[in-house]
Design a protein around this ligand. Structure first.
Ligand SMILES: [Zn+2]
Length: 587
């Protein structure tokens, strides 16, 4: 047992991957949207029984450690360490001692650790400050919310800076670390923090590691900008982080929809009102990357932005970047004076609004065609072209026609005229995304050669069958499966108890990918009977060679006076022959 096998036997692969994408059962596997390439069809496949994953779109494959290594862009050893820490696994001391130390990940780990300490300090400070607590209570924050989001308070003044510095020193950090993390800055004579006298909203990455802070002013007459957010750094990029995702994840996965708001205070308010599947961008536009991340967790996204014109413009911008994600976007409409938090506080209910929510395309068309009849001809043409440009990106033909029909009615323009415009626009063609055809790369089992089927069923069943009996097949196969079968038979001979996981982990990267692809694209529930049929077809096809090879081996065995081997070879050949005689009869 080494550290890798320890982790794999203690950590179900589906549990870890579910933190990053929503997996849905598909037979004996689980499927979801690939986190490593952008796709519309879920090509990412996980085998919980075999502890491996494979993407039929981008061919990325591996085990749970490989998954984290790829995702975090780190080495396997670093990934293994991350997993043991994150899931609080306690590997035996001797396994840890054998594992080399890692330096590259240390910086990142230290940064997260520092942010966690700052969070802890601010949270403790908040609980002791009546003015900050009063402010939050007045604004309707419950103590449960304050705890769930680890909300804090950063008091002003040198005493506060000293208190924080000595708090982090206990864990081996120094003031310079806080400066590097942009939590403290150098003033003329002393250190100060831009977060002073602000309510602190700690920001976590999508798996819950503290990585940044949002600070909001709250004292009367504080005329600094309302919000101050951590600056971006190598471990924190706003364009890929969604506030509250880690907390909302379970609710999102069970409801299969997400509510997206514009800032953390709206997100927190929605959760307090029972909408636990809410996330927020960090006061910035929702990027295609945000959408891609969200599409891994649910099928529908409800956009709930402020009712004012800035909010509406942000939704219109979203229409342009939503085509490459495998998710339906709907818009929850608020009146122009409302924002999500105020709407809920005044007793509004989102439920009917969610039910009435329109698709983002409808929203776009309604919005761009308002006052259409009052527009000049030039403006009318511009509007039509703008709408056509959006419609043409709808991937589904039927849906495209339906939206076109609606547009025709809304604008009072003949359908045929619009259809002609659409065809013209189509000739400009959008570039083909290779990932669109992801599933075409999936080797269809019915196109498989009998050799492929034979090898894959051996791999799938190898814990249940006496694989040594199939040694004869090695020379009938081509590489790479030839070498893989040879290796498998050898390993099983040395260790009859060999499990799939152990076999897999001894292979090099290419062989792992080869085996993973075959296991995951082959029907995993190959029954022994199926195998018999495959075996018969395989041996019939290669019968001449099997006979010739066996004769050759018998000759060698006879020369060595190995009568036992001669008997075994003859019996195996007889077995094969008998089998296909009986299946011939039954056919
Ligand atoms: Zn992929």
């Amino acid at each position: 047992m080494n550290l890798f096998n320890f982790i794999k036997s203690n950590l179900p692969i589906a549990d870890v991957i579910s933190e990053h994408i929503t997996l849905k059962p598909a037979g004996t596997y689980m499927k979801g949207s690939c986190p490593f390439h952008s796709e519309k069809t879920g090509s990412f496949t996980v085998s919980p029984h075999r502890d491996i994953f494979y993407c039929f779109g981008c061919h990325e494959s591996g085990d749970v450690i490989g998954f984290i290594a790829k995702l975090e862009n780190c080495t396997q050893i670093e990934a293994a360490k991350l997993l043991t820490e994150r899931y609080n696994l306690q590997p035996p001391e001797e396994l840890l001692k054998e594992t080399p130390t890692t330096e590259t990940l240390d910086k990142k780990k230290k940064y997260f650790q520092l942010c966690e300490l700052v969070t802890e300090w601010c949270h403790k400070t908040l609980l002791k400050s009546s003015k900050a607590m009063d402010y939050l209570t007045d604004r309707g924050f419950t103590s449960d919310t304050i705890k769930t989001y680890s909300i804090g308070y950063f008091p002003g003044g040198q005493r506060s800076i000293k208190s924080l510095t000595s708090f982090i020193q206990k864990e081996g950090f120094i003031a310079l670390d806080l400066m590097n993390a942009n939590i403290l800055q150098e003033g003329k004579k002393t250190l100060y923090s831009p977060f002073e006298e602000r309510i602190i909203f700690p920001i976590t990455d999508n798996i819950g590691q503290f990585c940044a802070f949002g600070g909001r002013v709250f004292l009367p007459h504080d005329d600094r900008p309302k919000y101050y957010n951590s600056k971006e750094n190598p471990f924190f990029t706003k364009g890929s982080i969604l506030f509250g995702l880690n907390i909302a994840k379970r609710a999102i996965q069970s409801s299969n929809y997400i509510i997206l708001v514009e800032g953390y205070t709206d997100c927190i308010a929605l959760r307090q009102y029972g909408y636990q599947n809410t996330v927020a961008t960090l006061g910035t536009a929702c990027t295609p990357e945000h959408l891609t991340i969200l599409s891994r967790y649910a099928d529908v996204l409800y956009v709930l932005y402020d009712g004012d014109s800035a909010g509406q413009k942000a939704i219109l911008r979203l229409t342009e970047s939503c085509w490459n994600v495998n998710m339906e976007l709907k818009v929850i409409g608020l009146s122009s004076q409302e924002d999500p938090a105020s709407f809920l506080m005044q007793g509004g209910s989102l439920k009917p609004l969610i039910e009435q929510a329109h698709g983002i395309v409808d929203f776009f068309i309604q919005h761009s065609s308002s006052d259409f009849s009052q527009k000049t001809l030039k403006q009318k043409l511009e509007t039509v072209h703008k709408i056509i440009d959006i419609i043409r990106q709808i991937p589904d033909q039927l849906k495209r026609d339906m939206v076109l029909q609606e547009t025709a009615v809304t604008l009072n323009v003949p359908f045929d005229t619009l259809a002609k415009e659409l065809r013209k626009a189509h000739q400009k063609q959008r570039p083909v995304d290779p990932a669109d055809n992801a599933n075409e790369n999936e080797p269809a089992p019915n196109k498989w050669t009998i050799e492929d089927k034979f090898f894959s069923s051996l791999i799938v069943l190898f814990e249940k069958i006496d694989i040594a009996k199939y040694t004869f097949a090695i020379e009938l196969l081509n590489s790479p499966i030839k070498q893989l079968l040879q290796l498998l038979i050898e390993k099983k001979k040395n260790n009859p108890e060999l499990t799939f996981r152990e076999f897999w982990s001894t292979l090099d990267k290419d062989s792992q990918q080869e085996v993973t692809k075959r296991v995951l694209s082959f029907n995993q529930q190959v029954l022994k009977e199926d195998f018999e049929l495959i075996l018969n077809k395989f041996s019939k096809k290669h019968w001449k060679n099997i006979v010739a090879n066996t004769k050759q081996k018998i000759k060698v065995a006879q020369e060595n006076n190995d009568s036992q081997q001669v008997t075994l070879l003859l019996r195996n050949m007889q077995d094969l022959k008998e089998k296909f005689i009986t299946t011939d009869k039954s056919e």
